[in-house]
Write a protein that binds this ligand. Sequence first.
Ligand code: R5P
Length: 313
Amino acid sequence: MNGNLLIFSGRESKNLAEKMAKHLEMPLGNLEVKRHSDGEVWCKYHQNIRGATVAIVQSTNPPAENLMELLVAIDAAKRASAAKIFAIIPYFGYARQDRKPEPRVSITAKLVANLLTTAGADRIITIDLHASQIQGFFDIPVDHVYASKELLPYWSKYPIDTVAAPDVGAVKMARAWAKRLNAELIIIDKRRPKDNEAEILNIIGNPSGKNILIVDDMIDTGGSFVGTVKALKEKDANKIYGSVVHAVLSGKAIEAIENSPIEKLVVTDTIKKEITSEKIEVISLAKLLAEVTNNAFSNKSISSMFDSEEMKK
Ligand code: R5P
């Protein structure tokens, strides 16, 4: 199907890349990734990649070796004369440090953008960045795509009458979802008294008796999400659901979700995670990523795959 497109993966995103390769009707390329005895990352392409467009799939969530594997694989591809290198980053980690909220801290999102570009990436394909402006941290093309293409059809079968943004950062996303689901919008006024702690101060909108879908780009400790579920329930919400793209799920997040009055949470497979919870369902974004990769390779439009509301987020 794609003469000169080759797809490879680091270890974090291997399952997702295998599914993408199936959709692209091509084998997943033979990239060996291993560690030396001291832990250093080593990569080797066991096939000719000269003149090819090499697509490397790897999310950059911790541990830092995930990012390192991607950088080393890009460098190896460049040195093996790949014509173009696409870094396909389903979950772009280190994105939350995207500005200086206090003195003497790093902007890691920009640092990672610099590292990827310096390593030799020609194009970035990524899903639901924590903040859309991170696209501008790169001076190479970034195809920023939205999981809502897969998630919205799923939720359109549910009787959702209200969409909730768990903080102001999620308002644009929630507004787009509310428009598509013909639902009302609720905004949560959240503060972070400390790192990894969420405090719900106010609810803007009326949750009473409503079937509410909470949408967000990621769920990490689950503090924002579970806090929102509880606050909505205290204000007499009827059924509460969640749709979150990146399942970081650190610490006791899964336990907290299970113990909360949520009906169901849907996440995607941008991050490799063993999830055995009756309340959490995982939807694969392999088909979406495969189509986007193929369109980028064939110089076809990517924006035309999405409706205009999604692209405005
Ligand atoms: C915040 O801006 C993000 O969109 C998420 O709401 C947040 O990062 C989730 O973190 P946690 O699950 O630890 O509250």
